[in-house]
Structure formats: structure tokens, C-alpha cells
Design a protein around this ligand. Structure first.
Ligand code: GTQ
Ligand code: FE2
Length: 314
């Protein structure tokens, strides 16, 4: 616009006139704003929360009767943080339970968001297809689908397959480098099957490493996954962990056993297949009721890279 009154603005005779003349320019005097700008420590805007596999499985079983994968690209139940009306479980990560029926195939697609899956219950014959390679999905396996790799799922077994998806989708939505494509063939042809794929962290390997490192938490090597860190720990019956408080988001998946966690004062009882979350700056600790294995997925690699990772006082 050529006719903006720059002279009128520079000659504003009062603060009120300055505010009035600046407003249409999509600018705001910082000293006059009532918008919060900074605060002394993280605001804990997201809630500690827990989802039960028993309930999510019941929901997926109903969905299995009511909709099939020719209509639903993914038959999933997305875990929405109770403090957020968005498709987000924590600030940066979204978690979902997904089920594929025997004989079913879920179409292939690819997207910027990185994804991983943790298999809760699956019979032999369940696999994910990553860039044309069939990768078996067995109970306790972790499967990686790095951003922009083609992926679809199939179940040639005899029972429904249930797993948990974790994606960095809220982070991609925030930063906006989002791309998504359906596979041109809809169902990507499977060229070969590879149980040793680098995209499969098998239960056999991770549990062996876990046993060797006990009682320490182990890091799962997933170099293709830049935004999500994966860790696993075993807790013996009655064992309580040290308290953890971090600016990173932490998602926990119960691979074995039962127990409870206290997350910033909220007590959560969990069992195998459950998911619970400790959002940023929520101090939390776990206690196993029976021998338990927890998988922890965290956005700490992102915060670390940016210089934003910080731990609370122990
Ligand atoms: O399996 O490709 O739960 O793209 C959400 C988005 C699963 C998947 C989800 C996805 C997928
Ligand atoms: Fe996907």
C-alpha cells in the first residue's frame, strides 16, 4: 500500500495515538502488551496421563467390526493429551494404538513425520513393509519408519495384531516442513522379507542387552531416527526408580509386568500394553509391583541439539 501515513505515525502526539497507528501495521508495542512473554520455568501445560491397553484394545476390536482398512487408512486410536484439544499426546509426539485384522493389509504411504511402532500382541505372519521390504512384527519388537520412507502393514497371521505407534507429528506440525504422499500402487509390492532389517529392533536383541546391563537403563540404537530417543529399563518387584525431571517429553510403554508411577503428584497404575506420559518438567518416578520392562520414548535428542535440554535438581 503506497498511502500509509508514515509521517502521521512518526508525529504521533500521544501513546494512545501511537498504539492506534501501529495496530494496523501488524505490530505491537511490547511494553503495552498483556500477552505473556516469558516465565521463570516450564509451565507444565500438558497433563500427566495414562491409557489402558485393555480399554484401547476393546475400542480397536469394535473398530475392527465397524470399519475396515479399505476405508480407514489406519485403524488407530490416537491418544489425546487431556490438556490439549489437538492430535498430540505430548508437545512434540503423538501416540496411537493400531490394529490390523488377519488377512488385512493397510495401504502404503510416506510422510515427513518419523514413526516407530512397538508390538504388543501379534502372531507370526504380521509384518510392516518399509520401502518394499517386509519386516516381521513380533511381540516386543520395535519397528522404525524414518521420515519419508514408504510404509504399510499386513497381517497374514491368525489373530488380530495390536501395536503402538509413536510419531513426531506435532513437532512437524509446529515447524511446518510437512509432506505426505499416498503410494502410487496403494499397496506397495513386497520385494523380499528381512527379519534382520536395520528398521527392526527385535525383542530378542533388546531383551538380551537389557539383561546384560541390568539394573541400568539401555539406549536402543536407532540412528535413522533423529528426533526420538528410545530407552528400555527393567525394574524388579518392589524397586523404585530415582526421580526424573527434564525439559524433554517422556512417553512410557509397558512391555512387561505391572506397577505404578508418580508423575508430579499424580499416581498412575499400569500393566502390560499400557501407555503413560510425563510431559516436560513433570518430575516422575516408577515402582514395579512385579518384574517390569518399560520402554521410554523421548524428544530429548531434539532439545539436546538445540541446547534446551535441562534436568531438574535430583
Ligand atoms: O501406521 O503409518 O497411528 O501414518 C498415525 C499415522 C499410524 C502409520 C498412526 C500413521 C500411522
Ligand atoms: Fe504413516
Amino acid at each position: 500500500m503506497l498511502t500509509r501515513d508514515v509521517d502521521g505515525l512518526s508525529n504521533a502526539a500521544s501513546l494512545d495515538e501511537l498504539y492506534e497507528r501501529v495496530a494496523p501495521l501488524s505490530a505491537m508495542p511490547g511494553w503495552h502488551s498483556s500477552l505473556p512473554v516469558m516465565w521463570p520455568e516450564p509451565q507444565k501445560t500438558l497433563a500427566p496421563a495414562h491409557w489402558s491397553y485393555r480399554e484401547m484394545k476393546a475400542g480397536l476390536d469394535a473398530a475392527g467390526r465397524l470399519i475396515d482398512t479399505s476405508i480407514a487408512e489406519r485403524r488407530n486410536l490416537v491418544l489425546i493429551n487431556p490438556a490439549e484439544a489437538r492430535l498430540a499426546t505430548t508437545r512434540t509426539l503423538v501416540v496411537a494404538y493400531q490394529m490390523v485384522l488377519p488377512g488385512e493389509v493397510a495401504r502404503s504411504h510416506r510422510h515427513t513425520a518419523n514413526a516407530l511402532r512397538i508390538v504388543i500382541d501379534a502372531e507370526p505372519g504380521t509384518y510392516t513393509v518399509v520401502d518394499g521390504v517386509g519386516v516381521p512384527m513380533e511381540q516386543g519388537d520395535v519397528l522404525l519408519t524414518p521420515g519419508m520412507s514408504w510404509h504399510g502393514h499386513a497381517n497374514e497371521g491368525n489373530a488380530p495384531a495390536y501395536w503402538i505407534d509413536i510419531l513426531d507429528l506435532p513437532l512437524v506440525q509446529l515447524l511446518e516442513p510437512m509432506f505426505y504422499e499416498d503410494h502410487p500402487a496403494a499397496y506397495e509390492p513386497v520385494n523380499r522379507h528381512d527379519p534382520e532389517s536395520a528398521f527392526r529392533l527385535s525383542r530378542r536383541d533388546t531383551f538380551a542387552a537389557l539383561a546384560a546391563a541390568f539394573p541400568d537403563e539401555i539406549a536402543l540404537a536407532a540412528p535413522s531416527l533423529l528426533t526420538i530417543g528410545l530407552f528400555m529399563s527393567r525394574l524388579e518387584p518392589g524397586q523404585t526408580t530415582a526421580s526424573r525431571q527434564t525439559t524433554a517429553q517422556n512417553i512410557y510403554v509397558v512391555l512387561e509386568g505391572r506397577g505404578s508411577s508418580t508423575i508430579d503428584g499424580t499416581v498412575i497404575d499400569w500393566e502390560r500394553g499400557d501407555v503413560f506420559v510425563a510431559p516436560g518438567w513433570r518430575a516422575h518416578e516408577h515402582r514395579a509391583g512385579e518384574s517390569a520392562v518399560l520402554l521410554r520414548a523421548t524428544d530429548a535428542p531434539v532439545l539436546e541439539k538445540l541446547g534446551f535440554l535441562r534436568q531438574g535438581a535430583p
